[in-house]
Ligand binder design. Structure first.
Ligand code: CA
Ligand code: CA
Length: 448
């Protein structure tokens, strides 16, 4: 009985997995770049369906669905990509092959040295701001720090892409954005699909001796950053970071990455579906400040469904202020070096996470009590979680909140104060989640 119900729910969920065959693809594509298949054209023009998470609220998310034929692009270089993404006219930008953010004007690859300001020298920076010399009371300042900031701005001009509104950015098979940051600031109505997004490397991290007790190296660039915009659909992408052990300076890890997908600064109405988030420390940050004065209260509403969170350190997601629906996601917790597991669900200030039917795979070393972290919140709603512990077996129902509360003071409440209404299709029982997410999450799962 249990199995039959599970199979029926799986079958229903497959239909909504975004891999369904569209109605009449042959009609699409007239007047668009001739190398696009009818299916690619169909997926490029697809809007987020009604009722599919927070991204479907308000004006809905159509991306570039209304693009005229001359606003449909197939790009293969950084320069073509940057040009195509400019402006707010509806546009569909297909990425073909690997585009490297370090591609210089003539196509040759630049390195960090090429972006460094002439007055910047990393060895001098280390010598100057060594805590034994500079102390730990104030942040770096002076000519070397100014040169680092200029270097950072050089990198921004090179690797940080700033697309406009009404954009669909979609990968053709194998498409990869390497060494880029997609920074959406005051852009609305955006769809990002079927892309592998790798290694948004920061050449010029900043030392901050006042961050924590021991200081920290902080990196500036996320893989995707959504700020001050509404209506985003992030679907079927793979976010991944190389497993490379970073060096340490001043006894602290030299942090060359920030978030995989950060939604901050009053951004709102985002649906995140069928993505793979893999091998990284800080995954998904929703809200970057506890201060309500920036306008975040009432915003930062996000749905995360059918994603794979694989080998991440923290923030899957970490939430402030928003009503965040987290359902049918698959968490593979064991983390490969150099990453270390901290927690998955960050319950921040005035956050309202509603977590339903998620599945966790934990190793014998992972304590279920550590999955939730309290960053100043008061409650989280949790329903139907299953977990496999010790790295084997089929799993069983668990309450991660009970596990957390058993060892925590103060305890978190069990009612985040809202019930999600915007869901497309059935919520799958947690035991089916690894199969469904394994089949459909990530780039190159759409038939284009
Ligand atoms: Ca290329
Ligand atoms: Ca960030």
């Amino acid at each position: 009985m249990q199995n039959r119900k599970l199979i029926a729910a799986l079958a229903a969920a497959l239909v909504t997995a975004g891999a369904g065959i569209p109605g009449s693809p042959a009609e699409a594509g007239a007047g668009e770049p001739s190398q696009l298949s009818p299916l690619a054209t169909w997926y490029g023009r697809q809007a987020l369906p009604a009722g599919d998470g927070w991204g479907s609220a308000g004006a809905g998310t159509t991306g570039g669905a209304a693009a005229s034929p001359d606003q449909v692009y197939v790009v293969t270089s950084r320069a073509e990509l940057t040009d195509a993404l400019r402006g707010d006219a509806p546009k569909i930008v297909f990425v073909q092959g690997t585009i490297d953010g370090f591609e210089g004007p003539a196509g040759a690859l630049l390195g960090c040295d090429d972006l460094a300001d002439p007055a910047y020298d990393f060895d001098d920076y280390l010598a100057t701001f060594d805590p034994e010399v500079w102390g730990r009371e104030t942040e770096p300042a002076g000519p070397l720090e100014d040169a680092r900031v200029r270097s950072m701005r050089n990198q921004e001009a090179q690797t940080v892409l700033k697309p406009g509104s009404n954009t669909t950015l979609i990968g053709l098979r194998g498409a990869t954005l390497l060494h880029t940051t997609l920074l959406f600031n005051e852009a609305d109505n955006v769809i990002i699909r079927n892309l592998t997004i790798r290694d948004a490397f920061d050449c010029f991290p900043q030392w901050d001796p006042t961050d924590g007790d021991l200081g920290n190296w902080n990196s500036n660039w996320d893989y995707v950053s959504v700020r001050r915009g509404t209506n985003f659909w992030i679907d079927h992408n793979t976010f991944v970071t190389p497993n490379v052990e970073p060096p340490s300076f001043f006894g602290r890890k030299f942090e060359t990455y920030d978030g995989l997908l950060d939604i901050t600064h009053t951004a709102d109405l985002v649906t995140i579906s069928h993505n793979v988030f893999r091998d990284h420390d800080k995954a998904v940050l929703i809200g970057s400040t506890d201060n309500p004065g920036g306008g975040d209260p009432g915003r930062l509403n996000v749905t995360l469904r059918h994603n794979l969170f694989d080998g991440l350190g923290q923030r899957a997601p970490r939430v402030r202020f928003g009503q965040v629906d987290v359902y049918n996601n698959y968490y593979r917790i064991p983390v490969a070096a150099p990453f270390e597991y901290g927690y998955s669900w960050g319950v921040g200030v005035e956050s309202a996470i509603y977590a339903e039917n998620n599945y966790f795979s934990l190793s014998a070393d992972d304590d279920p009590a550590t999955v939730i972290a309290d960053w100043g919140g008061t409650a989280i709603t949790e329903r139907g979680t299953w977990a496999r512990t010790g790295g084997s077996g089929f799993g069983r129902p668990v309450s991660l909140l009970d596990a957390y509360n058993a060892v925590s003071d103060p305890a978190l409440g069990d009612d985040a104060g809202w019930t999600p209404q915007l869901r497309r299709g059935p919520v799958l029982p947690a035991p089916g989640v690894p199969v469904l997410v394994g089949l459909f999450a990530g780039a190159d799962r759409l038939p284009i």
